[in-house]
Design a protein around this ligand. Structure first.
Ligand code: SIN
Length: 313
């Protein structure tokens, strides 16, 4: 399938594509961005191989998608930022103090542990994330893991029985960064009182405006649902998570070489880091720009214009 100059190869029956034919070493024109954007809107997650993107070009290209988020809340919470630009989120395993592979007990590793759970970026902020653009800088040796896995939340929603769709339509998720961290590392965060910390509110069923398709806006960050009892909330969340985590909604994308880039739309796709035997042994330097959601539902139920953000070291 060709969309103008782009060569688009679908990676899964319902979502995900690899795109060739874009030279990221040259300035990307608005027209070319518009073509790329059509593919991202349709497939939800798109990989570009060997882009040769520098940090600067990565940030510059990301601005086409909207307002960029930055790491200020994490720095304010005490995290040391290793990278030159605040717009680059550090999703890798490099110790910012030494430049070596971070020990499994280092804050960098602990802080990114929650990334192994299926999530959508920054849903715990008042204004949720739209797109994320993750670029590989250093990859672990082949065969040692480190792929990123995606979940198709549009098709997973489509496949729900109508009575369940009706039941969940009015519900609101309470998203907490702290909840996800505690779920990923219960022993380490056993004293964290998640309920006393900020949570953002976003509807559980959302319309993905670019495609007009509904999707299940569920993520590891959801602590509980408003609109039902706590018991019903736990039961529903478990049921919906079991559904969306089924293999048929999943796509694993391996990273092949430095400067591969994957763009995903957090408002219609879930993702997670899959880990592997490289952890604690080999560097995996991954840098992500996170674009604030530009859709009409970007603030969820947090109040129009609310832009508070939370961070943890
Ligand atoms: C992320 O969750 O943003 C990063 C995923 C990965 O490191 O594969």
């Amino acid at each position: 399938m060709a969309i103008q100059s782009l060569q688009v190869t679908p990676l899964h029956p319902t979502f995900g594509a690899e795109v060739a034919g874009v030279d990221f070493t040259q300035p990307i024109s608005p027209e070319l961005y518009a073509e790329i954007r059509k593919v991202v809107d349709k497939y939800g997650v798109v990989v570009f191989r060997n882009t040769q993107l520098t940090d600067e070009a990565h940030i510059e290209f990301s601005r086409y998608f909207g307002d960029l988020d930055d790491v200020t809340p994490y720095q304010q919470a005490g995290r040391i930022h290793r990278l030159k630009y605040k717009e680059l989120f550090d999703a890798g395993n490099i110790d910012p103090k030494t430049g070596d592979v971070a020990a499994m007990t280092d804050a960098t590793v602990i802080g990114n542990k929650g990334n192994a759970l299926f999530h959508v970026d920054s849903s715990f902020n008042a204004r949720r994330a739209g797109h994320s653009l993750l670029v590989a800088h250093v990859l672990p040796p082949p065969g040692t893991g480190g792929a990123t896995e995606y979940g198709d939340s549009r098709t997973a929603y489509d496949d729900l029985p109508q009575d369940l769709k009706d039941r969940i339509e009015p519900l609101v998720g309470n998203h907490s960064l702290f909840h996800s961290r505690k779920t990923a590392m219960p022993e380490y965060f056993k004293d964290l009182d998640v309920e006393s910390l900020p949570m953002s509110k976003h509807k559980l069923v959302q319309t993905h405006e670019a495609s007009g398709r509904k999707n299940l806006y569920i993520a590891s960050y959801i602590h509980h649902l408003d609109g039902v009892s706590r018991e019903e909330s736990d039961e529903l969340l478990a049921q919906l998570r079991e559904h969306i985590h089924k293999p048929k909604y999943r796509l694993t994308i391996p990273w092949e070489q430095p400067t591969d880039m994957i763009i995903w739309d957090n408002t219609c796709v879930l993702h997670r880091a899959t880990g592997g035997s490289y952890e604690g042994k080999f560097p995996r330097d991954m840098r992500r720009t996170t674009v604030k959601d530009m859709s009409s539902t970007r603030y969820g139920l947090n109040g129009e214009g609310a832009d508070w953000r939370v961070g943890m070291p």
